[in-house]
Design a protein around this ligand. Structure first.
Ligand code: COI
Length: 355
């Protein structure tokens, strides 16, 4: 594979491929052999390299550990029938990483370092991309502060890294969710739109309380009124009510601009569905569940892909959603997305990069 950048490769001595059980993959547990690294120092991204995946050495005063300057992305690579590597909407991930970087006072990463580092890593670890249907290689690019300094200010040094893991489904069955009425994930003017590590840390406690009550995830509501549905943990969320697909808009700065979200909206419009990007009121959701106009609800995300919702708790009341019929939008769109990602359908939208 040709690259325009100098990326020295230090290969692993003994691959862990043979000891990886590709039939029983747990999300994020099996990590591929190598990782890509670039360092930011003296005002530039430098020292690009690929090394065997291994633990890092960090100073106890490492700025990320204390003040959380850390952002990440989630993306996937697939293999087509000819064994070629297909990357889905990598350009969108690269742009979103930099949007997160700006908000978190992290220096932006040049596009060519992201793309060339990624392609070189995928080419090297191509045997880690699963062949079986429904499986893929999850890719985790991330940037974190590396200053060894306790003063509160943006770090002057950072690491950009990418590692990958072969994965199956994030959710193995339809999920049960609960509308959150007390805690908030994001507030206007905050960091909700950024893929910042701290957003996930802050969501863990409320999610844990819901999990103790038997729910898989929360449906977050807005911080001011708790009247509007925003997104779910690990995914954006969509509702089909009266044949209209409704999902939260991304212009308040509180919603993650999901790339799967955007792809689903694009495909739903192509298929002729009416799409509304607006906040669904909790009361509206409750009424639609009570009067049977809610046809389906699902989460969208890179890891989650399309996660069907089986049960929603609103104001303490559980509502069971209709069994997902084969003609439901979520099923059509999941099939369509898979056909595009695995190269079974021609890439007429410019979403696929071949490595
Ligand atoms: C993704 O879907 O890629 C995510 O980042 C969600 C999650 C696993 C944290």
């Amino acid at each position: 594979m040709k690259t325009i950048l100098e990326i020295p490769i230090h290969k692993i001595q003994k691959s862990r491929l043979a000891e990886t059980d590709f039939d029983n993959l747990v999300f994020g547990k099996s990590i591929s052999d190598h990782m890509f690294i670039a360092d930011y120092k003296n005002g530039e991204w430098t020292d690009l390299r690929i090394e065997p995946y291994r633990p890092l050495e960090l100073a106890p005063a490492n700025a990320t550990l204390h003040y959380g300057q850390s952002i990440f992305e989630g993306m996937k690579a697939y293999k087509n029938e000819a064994g070629e590597i297909l990357l889905f909407r990598a350009d969108a991930n690269q742009k979103r990483l930099n949007a997160s970087a700006v908000r978190m006072c992290i220096p932006e990463l040049p596009e060519e370092i992201f793309m060339e580092g990624l392609k070189t890593l995928l080419d090297l670890d191509r045997d880690w991309i699963p062949n079986n249907p429904g499986y893929s290689l999850y890719i985790r690019p991330f940037i974190f502060a590396t200053d060894d300094y306790l003063g509160v200010r943006p770090s002057e040094t950072y690491k950009f890294m990418i590692f990958t893991c072969p994965v199956g489904h994030y959710y193995s069955k339809p999920v049960n969710v609960k509308v959150e009425e007390k805690f908030s994930r994001a507030a206007e003017g905050g960091t909700g739109f950024a893929k910042a590590a701290g957003n996930y840390a802050g969501s863990l406690y409320p999610a844990l309380l819901a999990q103790k009550q038997g729910y898989d995830q929360l449906l977050w509501t807005d911080a001011k009124t708790h009247e509007n549905i925003e997104e779910s943990g690990t995914m954006n969320v969509m509702f089909m009510i009266n044949d209209t697909l409704i999902t939260a808009p991304t212009n308040t700065g509180t919603i993650l601009k999901g790339i799967t979200r955007d792809s689903v909206l694009h495909l739903a419009k192509e298929m002729g569905y009416v799409v509304e990007e607006r906040f669904l009121k909790v009361n509206e959701l409750e009424a639609a569940l009570q009067n049977g106009t809610l046809q389906e609800a699902f989460g969208t995300g890179t890891a989650a892909t399309i996660a069907h919702i089986a049960k929603i708790n609103v104001k303490g009341e559980d509502y069971i959603l209709p069994e997902k019929p084969g003609y439901a939008l979520s099923h059509q769109v999941l099939k369509k997305l898979d056909d595009i990602k695995y190269g079974r359908e021609a890439d007429k939208r410019g979403w696929i990069t071949k490595v």
